[in-house]
Write a protein that binds this ligand. Structure first.
Ligand SMILES: Cc1cc2nc3c(=O)[nH]c(=O)nc-3n(C[C@H](O)[C@H](O)[C@H](O)COP(=O)(O)O)c2cc1C
Length: 201
């Protein structure tokens, strides 16, 4: 029914516009998306993008289906304690997960295997099943703790892709910067797309 499935988590780091652009790109690529939002992510979405999403998960799913004009269940939003959802178990989870943006708090929890909420548990499942995890942290400067946690994850095969777009494509708008990062994610997931220009194009 869908091309493939992916887990997309959003945490409370700055840069929620990147997430909005990525969600749209994944919908357009006909992916099924299991969507996980932390409480802090909702605050940042409101602060940065004036996005006030429904609190109740059924309302949120209805809202997203209408907003992105998706097929039924193309976006499946889950709560932090939806332990009976596919993403919570290695027997049913997608083999790909992106955390965009990834807070340094969630980064630390994943590096330590805490699994205290569904975002951390989903990432833990990807690690144990040796799937593909992309984390997109944003902080500046990074502390030694942040860097150590990123090294730990990188050594486990995680792609650490900081939200640090290049400028060599001469971006004119914020959307150009968002497109740069989203295109890199799509490339790493091997999802074909026509977002932005490639080097030397
Ligand atoms: C507007 C706003 C911007 C924030 N920006 C960042 C950030 O860029 N990086 C970061 O690691 N945390 C940032 N934080 C702090 C996190 O939201 C906070 O540590 C939170 O506990 C993370 O929880 P979560 O990982 O469950 O989303 C920000 C918080 C707010 C309210």
């Amino acid at each position: 029914m869908f091309k493939s499935k992916v887990t997309l988590a959003v945490t409370g780091a700055s840069g929620s516009g990147y997430f909005l652009r990525l969600l749209k790109a994944l919908v357009e690529a006909d992916m099924q998306i299991y969507l996980l939002l932390s409480d802090a992510a909702k605050i940042v979405l409101k602060t940065e993008e004036n996005e006030d999403w429904p609190e109740e998960v059924d309302d949120l799913n209805f809202f997203l289906q209408n907003r992105y004009q998706t097929k039924e269940k193309q976006i499946v939003a889950l709560t932090a304690k939806d332990w009976f959802s596919p993403v919570a178990s290695g027997s049913s989870a997608p083999d790909k997960m992106i955390i965009c943006p990834c807070s340094c708090g969630t980064l630390a929890s994943i590096a330590q295997g805490l699994s205290n909420n569904l975002i951390e548990r989903s990432a833990d499942v990807i690690l144990k099943e040796r799937g593909q995890l992309i984390v997109m942290p944003r902080e500046t400067p990074f502390s030694t703790i942040h860097l150590r946690n990123m090294l730990t994850l990188s050594e486990l095969g995680v792609t650490v892709m900081p939200l640090a777009p290049g400028f060599y494509h001469q971006p004119q708008t914020i959307a150009d910067l968002q497109d740069f990062m989203v295109a890199r994610v799509m490339d790493h997931l091997k999802i074909s797309h026509k977002i932005g220009k490639r080097w030397c194009e």
